[in-house]
Design a protein around this ligand. Structure first.
Ligand code: NDP
Length: 380
């Protein structure tokens, strides 16, 4: 009985997320108001590892958006991307002439994939150009910058999303469901690890506080924080943290390893670990009557999971880029006002938690109270 209802739910949730399936079941008139574009044009800003390795390929299979333009500071990439992705010359910009994108009707969404300290500037410039905005995680390098981005998007009447691809991942949805429907009872404890071993393959800005805003916490820590939140089904109300440095000569001005303890508004307690010097890719949720685990919990997928019932968590959907699902969900949000799975407020919430973690470390691990209200818990 449990198995059947779970599968039924999973099919529903997968269809809700994967626009293709949803649209195949409903008339187009439901999804799109007449006169609106059926596919939105995305311009990627910053053609580095993530834009080239994940986002551009993911856009080749998307249902509601496509790669319409690029913004790059490297002239050699213009020709390369133009040929590879059949992008017209008039849809190619650099960081200086970027603002003239306002006049380009092919571009509906600007996706900022730059080093963290550049997110705020380009999100605000994109909003002022009248374009909807997706910014990569972390949303920015401070809460103040997040506020400025949110304000600018509101003032310019454009939608804002953060590139939290896990929020639209079906495995993540299943963990959220366990929290809401309580098949194993109430959540009691969550634990998450997110890290990798840094090396010379990394682009150097990640080790510069000025560009990255921080180290492992700003990068992988975001996944561990989000895992704990959707595992707990609530936001934290207090947090304490410790920093460990085993290679200070390498991690000169960014954090290497951080552990943090959280108490959530529903009395769940949690523990997270993030590092640039250890691998971690796991979410563990302990319930009154069992447990669930995702491992991997945040890599490019497919993820894998199991529960204390001895069952693998599995989904009836064809393997695809998580980023395809993520960008399609955002385009659909613009086109049909369907849920925004990762709004700016969620990105700001994570920065509030990050700032509290750094504050606790500065104060020798003191517990810092957090007042997040319901920020960032998005009902889907
Ligand atoms: P890269 O270093 O690989 O690429 C960044 C790109 O930004 C560069 O290639 C360059 O593109 C542009 N750029 C502009 N100015 C600078 C500068 N001063 N220094 C360095 N690069 C500059 O980074 P990633 O692609 O790995 O990360 C970009 C963003 O995406 C980050 O915020 C990161 O956290 C996020 N990310 C998210 C992931 C996810 O799973 N959601 C995964 C990986 C990254 P150009 O030559 O075109 O100007």
């Amino acid at each position: 009985m449990e198995k059947i209802s779970r599968r039924t739910f999973n099919v529903k949730i997968t269809k809700a997320i994967v626009g293709t399936a949803l649209l195949s079941n409903l008339p187009l008139s439901y999804a799109f108001n007449s006169g609106k574009k059926q596919k939105l044009g995305i311009a990627l800003v910053g053609l580095g590892g993530y834009a080239g390795g994940q986002l551009a390929p993911a856009l080749q299979n998307s249902e509601h958006c496509y790669l319409a333009g690029i913004v790059t500071g490297t002239p050699s990439k213009e020709e390369e991307w133009m040929k590879k992705y059949n992008i017209p010359k008039e849809n190619i910009y650099n960081y200086d002439n970027f603002d003239s994108i306002a006049n380009n009707e092919d571009i509906d969404i600007v996706y900022v994939v730059l080093p963290n300290s550049m997110h705020a500037e380009f999100c605000i410039r994109a909003a002022k150009a009248g374009k909807h905005v997706i910014t990569e995680k972390p949303m920015a390098v401070s809460v103040a910058e997040c506020d400025a981005i949110i304000k600018s998007c509101k003032e310019n009447n454009v939608k804002l999303g953060v590139g939290f691809r896990m929020q639209t991942d079906p495995y993540t949805q299943e963990i959220k469901r366990f929290g809401k429907e309580k098949p194993f009872g109430d959540v009691k404890y969550v634990s998450s690890d997110a890290g990798f071993i840094a090396g010379s393959w990394m682009t150097p800005w990640r080790l510069e506080k000025k560009m990255a805003g921080g180290g492992a916490l700003m990068d992988m820590g975001v996944y561990a924080i989000q895992c704990c939140i959707y595992g707990a089904g609530a936001n934290p109300v207090s947090i304490s943290a410790q920093e460990f440095s085993t290679k200070p000569e390498y991690f000169k001005n960014v954090d290497e390893t951080i552990t943090s303890q959280m108490k959530f508004s529903n009395d769940v307690v949690g523990n997270m670990f993030t590092s640039y010097n250890a691998n971690g890719n796991r979410l563990f949720v302990s319930y009154e009557r069992g447990w669930a685990e995702l491992n991997p919990a945040h890599s490019y997928g497919p993820l894998a999971g199991r529960t204390s019932k001895g069952e693998e968590i599995k989904f009836p959907y064809k393997p695809q880029y998580q980023q395809t699902i993520q960008m399609d969900a955002f385009a659909k949000h613009i086109l049909t006002d369907s849920p925004n799975y990762a709004p700016g407020e969620m990105g700001k919430r994570d920065l509030m938690i990050i700032e509290a973690i750094y504050k606790s470390i500065e104060q020798g691990g003191k517990t810092i109270p957090l007042d997040l209200g319901n920020m960032g818990i998005v009902e889907v």
